[in-house]
Ligand binder design. Structure first.
Ligand code: DOR
Ligand code: ZN
Length: 448
C-alpha cells in the first residue's frame, strides 16, 4: 500500500513519552518504518534528518476514523477529499473511512476507486472508501459489494450510513455475503417508521421545545435485530454512532452470547446532551440526536470498559444555508476530525476513564482491527509502519469554525477552549501535519 512517489524522509522524534508512559525516549523513522527506539535512535540518525522536539508530548499510533463524510463527489462546496484529508491529518488521523452517501452514491467501483485514488494523490491520509450496501442507499437492492471489494480501492466496509438498512431480509443477505467477502457491514441503526419527522431526541427537552422526537427504541430495536441476524448468519456487524445507554447494554448482551458485534461512539455523543437544543441552533442537530446526560454517562462508561470498541467522528460537513435555518429544516451532522482528540481528552482522559494507552486503543488499534487494516494501529516498535501522532496533553486551544481546514465550519464547539492538541501527524514516516499546518507530499514522479 506504500506510495512509491513519496520521498524517503528520515525523522528523529526526541524525548517523546510513548503512550504517555515511562521515560522520554527518542524514536527514529526511516523509509516509512520505525527504525530505532531509545539511545540508538539519535546515534543512527543521518545528517539531513528532520528533528522534532517532542518534550512533554505523547507518541501514539496514528488515529483511524471508521466514519467520515468527505462529500466528494457531489457536495464539494462543503468538503473535498483534499480539504477533508487536511482536516484528518491535523486531527492526528492516518486513515479514514469515507462514507458512501455522496452524489453519486458510492455504490459502484467507479466511485469507490475514485475516492481511494484521489486520497492517495492528496497523500495526507489513507482515504478508504466505504461502499453502499444497497443501490442508491435506497434499501431495495444489494449493491455490487464483491466488485467494489475487488476494486483498486479495495472496499473493506459497507454501509448505507445516513440511512438504515431496515429491510431485515436485505440486511440478512448483506451479512451473509459479507462473511464470504471478508468485509464489514456497518449499520446506521434507525428504525425509519419510528423516526418519521423526528429532529431531536424524544424526551422532556424536545417536548418542551416543540421538536418532534427520535425515540431511543428506534436505535435499540435495530441493534437488537441486527445482533440476532449476525448471530444466525455467523457474520460480524458494526454499529455506527451508538447513542443510548440501551445500545451499550444490548452490545454487551450480544457479546456475552458470542455474537460478533462491534460499536463506535462519536466524540459529540461523549460530550454533548440535548440541553444544547435550548437555543434552537441547528449546529447541534445530528443523527442520531444528542441524547440525555444519563446516555452520555453510559457511553463514556461503555467506552472505558471496552463494550463500545472505538471512537469514530461521524465528521459531517454541511453548508451554511443547510445549517443556519429553521431547526426542523436543517441537515443533521457536525464537523469532528480536528476536534476528536481534544473531546476524548476532555471526556475520557481528564476524568480518569481512559489513560493514553486507552486512547491508542479506542482511536487507533481497535478501529484498525475491526476493519482489518494491517498497517495501522500497530504497536510503536522497531520495524513497524511509521503511522504516528504526537499529542501535547497540556495544550489548550480555542475552536473557531472558519479556521478549521474543512470547507464547511459547522462545529458545535465554536469558541470553546479545549484541552490537548495534536502537534504532529506522520504517515508512513512522512510528516503530514505539524503545529497546525499540513504538509503535502513532494512528488518525484509527476503524481499518479
Ligand atoms: O448527522 C448525521 N449526518 N448523521 C448521519 O447519519 C449522516 C450524516 C451526514 O451525512 O450528514
Ligand atoms: Zn449515520
Amino acid at each position: 500500500m506504500s506510495n512509491s512517489t513519496e520521498t524517503g524522509e528520515t525523522v528523529l522524534i526526541k524525548n517523546a513519552l510513548l503512550y504517555g508512559e515511562g521515560e522520554p525516549t527518542d524514536v527514529l523513522l526511516d523509509d516509512g518504518l520505525v527504525a530505532a527506539i531509545g539511545a540508538d535512535a539519535a546515534k543512527s540518525a543521518a545528517a539531513e534528518t528532520e528533528v522534532i522536539d517532542a518534550a512533554g508530548q505523547i507518541l501514539l499510533p496514528g488515529f483511524v476514523d471508521l466514519h467520515t463524510h468527505l462529500r466528494e463527489p457531489g457536495r464539494e462546496d462543503t468538503e473535498t477529499i483534499d480539504s477533508g484529508s487536511a482536516a484528518a491529518a491535523l486531527g492526528g488521523y492516518t486513515a479514514v473511512f469515507a462514507m458512501a452517501n455522496t452524489s453519486p452514491v458510492a455504490d459502484s467501483v467507479v466511485v469507490t476507486d475514485h475516492v481511494w485514488r484521489r486520497g492517495q494523490e492528496v497523500g495526507l491520509v489513507d482515504v478508504h472508501p466505504v461502499g453502499a450496501v444497497t443501490v442508491g442507499l435506497a434499501g431495495k437492492q444489494l449493491a455490487e459489494m464483491a466488485t467494489m471489494a475487488a476494486g483498486s480501492g479495495r472496499v473493506r466496509m459497507f454501509s448505507d450510513d445516513g440511512h438504515c438498512v431496515y429491510d431485515p431480509l436485505l440486511m440478512r443477505r448483506a451479512l451473509e455475503y459479507s462473511s464470504s467477502l471478508g468485509v464489514l457491514i456497518a449499520q446506521h441503526a434507525e428504525e425509519p417508521r419510528l423516526t418519521v419527522g423526528a429532529v431531536a431526541h424524544e424526551g422532556p427537552t424536545a417536548a418542551r421545545l416543540g421538536l418532534a422526537g427520535w425515540p431511543r427504541a428506534a436505535e435499540e430495536s435495530i441493534v437488537a435485530r441486527d445482533a440476532l441476524l449476525a448471530r444466525d448468519a455467523g457474520a460480524r456487524v458494526h454499529i455506527c454512532h451508538a447513542s443510548t445507554a440501551g445500545t451499550v447494554e444490548l452490545v454487551k448482551w450480544a457479546r456475552g452470547q458470542g455474537i460478533s458485534i462491534t460499536a463506535e461512539v462519536t466524540p459529540h455523543h461523549l460530550l454533548l446532551d440535548d440541553s444544547r437544543l435550548e437555543t434552537y441552533d441547528a449546529v447541534n442537530k445530528v443523527n442520531p440526536p444528542l441524547r440525555e446526560a444519563s446516555d452520555v454517562a453510559a457511553l463514556r462508561a461503555g467506552l472505558a470498559e471496552g463494550v463500545i470498541d472505538c471512537v469514530a467522528t461521524d465528521h459531517a460537513p454541511h453548508a451554511e444555508q443547510d445549517k443556519c435555518c429553521e431547526f426542523a429544516a436543517a441537515r443533521p451532522g457536525m464537523l469532528g476530525l480536528e476536534t476528536a482528540l481534544s473531546i476524548v481528552a476532555m471526556t475520557m482522559v481528564r476524568p480518569g476513564l481512559l489513560d493514553w494507552r486507552g486512547v491508542a486503543r479506542v482511536m487507533s488499534e481497535r478501529p484498525a482491527e475491526i476493519v482489518g487494516l494491517d498497517d495501522q494501529g500497530r504497536p510503536i516498535a522497531v520495524g513497524e509502519p511509521a503511522n504516528l501522532v504526537l499529542v501535547d496533553p497540556d495544550a489548550e486551544w480555542t475552536v473557531h469554525g472558519p479556521a478549521l481546514a474543512s470547507v464547511a465550519s459547522n462545529t458545535p464547539y465554536e469558541s470553546m477552549t479545549l484541552p490537548a492538541r495534536v502537534t504532529t501527524t506522520i504517515l508512513r514516516g512522512r510528516v503530514t501535519a505539524r503545529n497546525g499546518d499540513v504538509r503535502t507530499p513532494v512528488r518525484s514522479g509527476g503524481g499518479q
